[in-house]
Design a protein around this ligand. Sequence first.
Ligand code: 1PR
Length: 528
Amino acid sequence: MITFLDYGAGNVRSVINAIEKLGESVRIVRNGADLLAAERLIFPGVGHFANMIRTLEEKDLIEPLRAYLRAGRPFLGICLGLQALFEGSEEAPGVPGLGIIPGRVRRFDVDLAVPHIGWNGFRALQSSTILSGLRGDEKFYFVHSYHVVPRDESVVLTRTDYGIPFVSGIQQGNVIATQFHPEKSGEDGLRILRNFLECARPALPELSGRSASTRLAKRIIACLDVRSDDRGDLVVTKGDRYDVREEGAVRNLGKPVELARRYYEDGADEITFLNITGFRDFPLEDMPMLEVLRQTSLNVFVPLTIGGGIRDYTDENGRRYSSLEVASEYFRSGADKVSIGSDAVLIVEAYLKERRKTGRSAIEEIARVYGSQAVVISIDPRRVYVRSPEEVRHHVIETATPGPGGERFCWYQCTIKGGREGREVDAVTLARACEELGAGEILLNCIDRDGTHLGFDIELINAVKGAVTIPVIASSGAGSAEHFLEVFTRTKVESALAAGIFHREDVPIAAVKRHLQSKVEIRGVGPR
Ligand code: 1PR
């Protein structure tokens, strides 16, 4: 029996699913007595440091947790569950941490995108039960903007490189904690959890890798556009420049849960579901999407993003639901990140008009509770050609593919409602404003390329990537493995997403990875 400390923020479902998958039962802490009665305690944390400490205080769990840890009883902290052990964090000045490990939590100050999102490795500095059976060259999933800085070097279990060599794991007796998410790190992550459950023998990874630096992998993301077909069944569909109908009927390329599992087994580094009619249906009434997440997270141990319909909503009885409530329901059902499309454009329009943050937009509210890394902005831009940059007040680029009238310039118009409505905001301005509002990642689609197999729009991607410091996911147009190599070598994006070629099995994920291997840093093929 594993005791599980859930303070109610973010996706803890996936940790429970992973533990149950490994054959262990889970008991959730309801009060301090439960915590003190634990034989082995897992504390996964996501979200904001201040929010975590406040919630632990409200539930009177701080002192029992300190007592458990001071007694050196078996403990596994994950992500914020690692940071909580320290004295305090730059994320929440003045808010004391548990203070079990001397030292503080600092924000990354590096010349790289922050948050640090994706698959990276580690160097083991001491032998540990948790590392038993590892080779040392595996990659694990990280998602964080802050890292721990212990005062005493002897607690450092592992280090990882991201601009600086930061501490990615600590061990002090039976108290172990990792910055990465084992429950989101495929089979290698499950091995770490299994080691904790089975109290494995202390070991150093075979390769140990004490000197080699670790590198963040470029991520390959499989995207499932989901909607109801004309019979009301939820299907994975795929558009051609966002038109998902063929001879009048919605294209049906498979079942969401089955396809997601296949992509996980094929080696996808992340899976994204987009509820593409979310702008007109209300997701909390469209329960099948929540069920898709619940079912998927039972067997898929890589990060899951869900988008579609994240906005404030008032139902026919006048009951108001905030976008935060909608997002919370998605997180509870197994999502790690939510993606905001149409509403982000409306939020930015208001922000640009007022020139001030209200603190109440979906982006700000969700980031405040769940952390920036949980908020992805999905942009659906379309090219608009112009004869000269002076013609419009938008971010204009000179393009190598001139327009139908020979125009040498273009801007990228943001759209809402799945491309149905163009707005007066360009993609570069939108991305920059969303970063200012607290978004953690940009999913950059391109209507002109979607479903065409012509390759990613490199010009669009460079324009947006150059304007923000948060990670960018290139999307739309992948038709071959070579297109992934092109996007990773001609732009600085951290990840690339595709749909059609994976659904139709034209180019499986493993083939993309084989093509990239030894040219681009990637996570190995398949979850082994
Ligand atoms: O506006 O917050 O409700 O979110 C709706 C979400 O649904 C947005 O993220 C929007 O991108 C998406 N969406 C809406 N309509 C469509 C459509 O296709 N008719 N899908 C749609 C957009 C874009 C990509 C696609 C890539 C890769 N899909 O995610 O998967 O273009 O495709 P490819 O590799 O086959 O070229 P809201």
